[in-house]
Design a protein around this ligand. Structure first.
Ligand code: HEC
Ligand code: HEC
Length: 291
């Protein structure tokens, strides 16, 4: 009996230690998720009509901010899951519950190109690692447009990560968060000149976040990877074999050359890109997959 008692004490002690370790890890994870560091490089915001129109085009057809933040940028719940928690794409307007009224130029730049929210948290599900490629001029245009939209009153709850999600994203999956994927010192500068070129196509693929779903190497992501992230987009190698016209028609009509209808998971916003933009992307895909 004495031996049994001793074993029970030892086991109890081990379980206790494990609990202390897990709770300790939770606090470390939670701290990391709320204390990333990077310094930004705020941009000028010109406000003439042409720049605002350029910003509107980017937000609705290229960077597709509206796809997550809502058509009026009023914010939208993206995840509400008992196991993982709650995440909303913030209200970006100057209305009640929106960040627009209080954000400084620095706050905007840190959130969009560095992945750090207004309250200093490491943003998740916001593809800042792609927007880190935005030129100063295009970021300025996006901000000029965002500041010109009517305020929408729409309060959304703050981010609430479950115990498990905090542990996951604060430790093993921490390296997948946008803020840790960005080379902060290289952010900012000029885009390649606009045109139907491989270089400009690559810039568009970067800022349109194609790699978020189709994989950083554009060779597709698995359904397993999509479980805790964006939808699984297929390998784009097939699309690179289509003719320019077939590619443009697919992006516009959402029907592939073989007649298959694309699901809702592939954003429809890109259909609003100009011919020249889609041609540049097609050129880049061709070049990328045949080099
Ligand atoms: C794939 C969805 C998605 C897209 C596309 C997206 N966002 Fe976000 N964004 C989010 C989510 C989700 C959050 C909040 C993340 C969190 O709380 O961890 C966020 C947060 C932000 C924040 C921080 C606000 C705050 O509360 O601190 C800003 C600013 C922002 N986004 C601007 C933009 C802009 C501008 C674009 C387009 C260039 C854009 N977003 C595109 C999902 C997205
Ligand atoms: C939010 C996730 C997401 C983003 C961002 C995204 N895609 Fe997709 N895309 C998908 C998914 C999912 C499919 C598969 C849809 C289906 O087959 O029903 C798809 C399908 C496609 C197809 C059809 C491929 C084929 O062989 O059938 C092309 C072409 C394509 N995407 C190009 C792009 C380009 C170019 C970009 C960037 C401008 C982009 N996608 C951005 C999710 C995305």
């Amino acid at each position: 009996m004495k031996v049994l008692k001793r074993i029970i004490y030892i086991l109890g002690g081990l379980v206790g230690l494990l609990l202390v370790a897990v709770v300790g890890l939770y606090f470390v994870a939670n701290w990391r998720l709320n204390n990333p560091t990077a310094s930004g490089r705020p941009v000028q915001i010109p406000t003439n009509a042409a720049v605002i129109a350029r910003g509107e085009h980017l937000v609705h057809a290229v960077t597709d901010c509206a796809g997550c933040h809502g058509n009026n940028l009023e914010g939208k719940t993206l995840l509400d899951d008992p196991q993982l928690g709650y995440i909303a794409a913030s209200n970006l307007t100057r209305g009640a519950g929106g960040v627009g009224a209080s954000f400084t130029l620095e706050d905007w730049e840190l959130a969009i190109r560095h992945g750090i929210g207004g309250d200093g948290r490491a943003l998740g599900a916001m593809p800042s690692h792609h927007y880190a490629h935005l030129s100063d001029a295009d970021l300025g245009a996006i901000l000029a447009y965002i500041q010109s939209v009517p305020p929408v009153d729409h309060e959304l709850p703050p981010r609430q990560l479950s115990f498990i999600a905090t542990l996951l994203f604060g430790t093993v999956a921490y390296g997948d968060l946008p803020v840790t994927l960005i080379e902060h010192a290289t952010v900012g500068g000029d885009a390649p000149p606009e045109g139907v070129t491989v270089e400009y196509g690559q810039y568009l693929v970067d800022i349109a976040t194609c790699g978020d779903c189709h994989g950083a190497d554009l060779r597709g992501r698995s359904p397993k990877e999509a479980e805790t992230g964006p939808p699984a987009g297929p390998n784009l190698v097939a699309a690179a074999t289509w003719s320019e016209q077939e590619f443009i028609t697919t992006m516009r009509t959402r029907r592939t050359p073989s007649g298959r209808q694309l699901s809702e998971e592939m954003p429809s916003a890109y259909g609003g890109m100009t011919d020249a933009e889609l041609q540049a992307i097609w050129r880049y895909l061709r070049h990328y997959f045949t080099q």
